[in-house]
Design a protein around this ligand. Structure first.
Ligand code: DC
Length: 231
């Protein structure tokens, strides 16, 4: 492989399988993987744990904005090749995936100051290239110059089924209808927010993986990577 390193932006709807494919590609090609959604989730967890979001889901905006400088997010590589999200040094990987966070994250991700702070962190993580980052606005806002941009989609029902199985397998007690409602609600907020809405970059390559196996998807992505590297 040549020494040339690129930036790979993988955007798409929630539970579309972007993280799975992004992580697998990064491991295969020796790039760093960053789950930008985990960063929005970590900020949301901080807000929930510090009384910045009340039990009705209302956000105290001035408190959230002034808390931002005291929120540090890091990623810790694990022996099994995955990585865990650290919030001010504490491993919060399990907590940020729970429904309590999923239910509150989209409104937090719609706050301009939150986006600016996280976008800055994401850009500095990608300053040496050699990175695969997944999210909603990576190809449009964070790295508009990324050499490879993928936009992933699958039906809401398919995505809810995947998320439901993932959560049930982890032992969470969840109800499919509730998970589907959360997916649909998040899609709507993510697509209609004023700041960096979820949108396909004009130069992104589309992938609908509703009917693909994980192996097929991984193979397809690797091929796109080699093409982008040789362009
Ligand atoms: O990918 P995810 O479901 O873990 O993302 C969690 C939330 O964060 C989701 O509601 C959208 C938001 N998000 C975002 O606005 N921009 C990103 N780059 C990544 C995630």
């Amino acid at each position: 492989m040549s020494d040339k390193k690129i930036i790979i932006a993988i955007d798409g709807y929630s539970s579309s399988g972007k993280s799975t494919m992004a992580r697998a590609l990064a491991a295969k090609i020796g790039y760093r993987y960053i789950d930008s959604g985990a960063m929005y989730r970590a900020v949301t967890l901080y807000a929930l744990n510090n009384g910045i979001i009340d039990s009705q889901g209302n956000i105290d905006l001035p408190a959230l904005v002034s808390a931002l400088p005291s929120i540090r997010i890091d990623f810790k590589p694990m022996p099994d090749g995955t990585q865990h999200t650290l919030l001010n040094g504490e491993d919060v990987e399990t907590e940020i995936r729970q429904l309590r966070v999923s239910d509150n994250v989209s409104p937090v991700a719609a706050v301009k100051e939150v986006r600016t702070a996280l976008t800055d962190m994401q850009r500095s993580l990608g300053s040496d290239k050699g990175i695969v980052m997944d999210g909603r606005d990576i190809g449009t806002t964070v790295f508009p110059q990324a050499e490879l941009k993928i936009f992933v989609n699958a039906s809401a029902e398919m995505r809810a089924r995947r998320r439901f199985l993932e959560m049930s397998n982890k032992g969470d007690i969840v109800n499919y209808e509730e998970v589907l409602a959360n997916v649909v609600r998040r899609d709507h907020i993510d697509e209609t927010r004023a700041e960096s809405p979820l949108r396909r970059a004009d130069d992104a390559i589309d992938l609908d993986n509703s009917q693909m196996t994980i192996d097929e998807q991984d193979g397809w992505l690797e091929e796109q990577f080699h093409r982008a590297l040789n362009r």
